[in-house]
Design a protein around this ligand. Structure first.
Ligand code: SF4
Length: 234
């Protein structure tokens, strides 16, 4: 089987527990206003490769993973190439490597079901907390990630929830209140991470000749993340 990957980051520390190899897949059906990786949107871009070839690369970093680390597959949206990621994760599990999926949760089908069978942890973006904002700023209805979250709860797969905080869009106490309501009572959620919006991708958009939709919003200061994180209840 062949698939398309954007790149592999050898020693990541922000996408899941411990030290991890992070594989960025090509292809994304969404268009988040703050996306840092518009160069991953094209499903047919990047490098063509096989799960076996990626696994052999990942194995070289195994000594660095120690007890907590492992592999994280991100994107783009890895669920678009669920069969490829499933094969890659299955290979990792034969070698005792912890598997983590970083996703928007916007795709669900038989292939994504099979992928979840070999997934140890999910980093799930709940990108907004109302349907209007989801449709306007992200490009899908809110029911999709919530249905994915329900599926993870049903399967009792541990989840870390993530949300990028953008001043002027979702940096309010009301937003965190709605997030708390959406997550309330779900036993498989291990943590909630609020991440600051940063404009570190303007050049990518310029190079691609497309507008950066959230260029109109300012960076999110650390105080905002601190203040809102204190309101999160799980
Ligand atoms: S889901 Fe990720 S890759 Fe896709 S548009 Fe949103 S931020 Fe970009």
């Amino acid at each position: 089987m062949e698939g398309n990957i954007h790149s592999i980051q050898s020693l990541g520390t922000v996408d899941g527990p411990g030290i991890r190899a992070v594989v960025f897949m090509q292809g994304c059906p969404l268009r988040c206003g703050y996306c840092h990786n518009p160069d991953t949107w094209d499903r047919n871009g990047g490098e063509e490769t096989t799960p076996e070839a990626v696994f052999q690369k990942i194995r070289r970093f195994r000594p660095y993973f120690k007890k907590d680390g492992g592999i994280t597959v991100s994107g783009g949206e890895p669920l678009l190439q669920a069969e490829f990621v499933k094969e890659l994760f299955a290979l990792c599990k034969t070698d005792g490597i912890h598997t983590c999926l970083d996703t928007s949760g916007c795709v669900m089908n038989e292939k994504t079901d099979a992928l979840l069978e070999v997934t140890d942890l999910v980093l799930l973006d709940i990108k907004m907390t109302n349907d209007r904002d989801y449709r306007e700023h992200i490009g899908c209805p809110m029911e999709k990630p919530l249905a994915f979250l329900d599926e993870l709860e049903k399967r009792d797969i541990p989840v870390w929830i993530r949300q990028v905080i953008v001043p002027g869009v979702n940096d309010t106490e009301e937003n965190i209140g709605r997030l708390n309501s959406l997550l309330k009572g779900r036993k498989n959620i291990e943590r909630v991470q609020l991440l600051p919006f940063k404009k570190i991708c303007t050049t990518k958009y310029e190079n691609m000749g497309i507008p950066f939709p959230f260029d109109i919003y300012p960076h999110c200061p650390p105080e905002t993340i601190e203040r809102l994180s204190a309101l999160v209840q799980i």
